[in-house]
Design a binder for this molecule. Structure first.
Ligand code: GUN
Length: 266
């Protein structure tokens, strides 16, 4: 099933489940940066929540809010028993230490899955694994290549693929072109998240049975483009737009439901 349809179907199921709950699940989004990308992400998250019947409150703060003030706001949310989840939209302004903020979020409210003690998994990698499973992709003993080593995608993706029993290789900006070509040629699953328009193209060889998951969102003059060129000769390739971004947003809702149920002791 294409990702758009899969996400729609999953959202319908969530909506039915939420309608039967004794309390409406709620989360808060804290936004400090007012840049276009952050606003677009936040708008999408609010729209999704409204669609399935989840309560969401956006708290926007001025760009010069101090780290101490933001930490105080996070602490208030921590002690509010009616709030199941908290997202602090990244990136934060330079004068605020992102790692300190991530650690301040209560692990039980951390629906981004950023806290080391969080019971929940980061949304993008988890969304990818769930979707590939729905497509009956085999993981056991398969060669998975993760291109990119970010904290939000590359590193947690490698960890989750390992958990599914893949042979995992992580490639990055210091990998030589020759090695890149070698690993890609032998890959069964490729996840790319490097922010380089159409880095994967016809200049590489692929297994015809390979799966390419494209996490790239590159704004170009011709519109949004992925890290992989469309229509590569593989068995399954996720589109951009209308691909992994939708999976990330869906997983945020699922994480919130898990946080809600953990809190309600079910
Ligand atoms: N900025 C870009 N992606 C994300 C995300 O998944 N969560 C948060 N909190 N900020 C982001």
């Amino acid at each position: 099933m294409i990702i758009k349809e899969y996400v729609q179907q999953q959202k319908e199921l969530l909506k039915e489940e939420i309608a039967k709950l004794e309390r409406v699940p709620s989360f808060i989004i804290m936004q400090v940066n007012d840049d276009a990308a952050s606003c677009a992400y936040v708008k999408g998250k609010i729209k999704d929540a409204n669609e399935v019947g989840i309560n969401v409150e956006l708290k926007k703060f001025p760009i010069d809010i101090s780290e101490e003030e933001l930490l105080k706001e996070i602490d208030i949310v921590k002690h509010n028993p009616n709030i199941d989840g908290l997202i602090v939209q990244m990136p934060l302004p330079k004068h605020i230490n992102e790692e300190r903020i991530k650690l301040a979020v209560d692990p039980s409210q951390d629906i981004d899955g950023f806290h080391p003690m969080s019971k929940l998994l980061p949304c993008t990698p988890k969304g990818i694994i769930d979707y590939l499973k729905s497509e009956n992709v085999n993981f056991v003993g398969k060669n998975a290549v993760v291109i990119g080593r970010s904290n939000i995608v590359g590193k947690p993706m490698a960890k989750l693929l390992l958990r599914e029993h893949c042979n995992v290789t992580v490639l990055h900006s210091r990998t030589t072109r020759e090695d890149m070509a070698f690993y890609i040629k032998h890959a069964d699953i490729i996840v790319i998240a490097i922010g380089k328009t159409e880095f994967l193209n016809e200049s590489f060889e692929y297994k015809p049975s390979a799966v390419i998951v494209d996490v790239g969102i590159n704004r170009t003059e011709e519109g949004l483009k992925g890290d992989a060129k469309r229509g590569l000769p593989v068995a399954l390739q996720t589109p951009v737009p209308g691909g992994v971004g939708l999976l990330t947003r869906l997983t945020l809702l699922k994480n919130l439901m898990d946080a809600y149920h953990n809190k309600m002791g079910k």
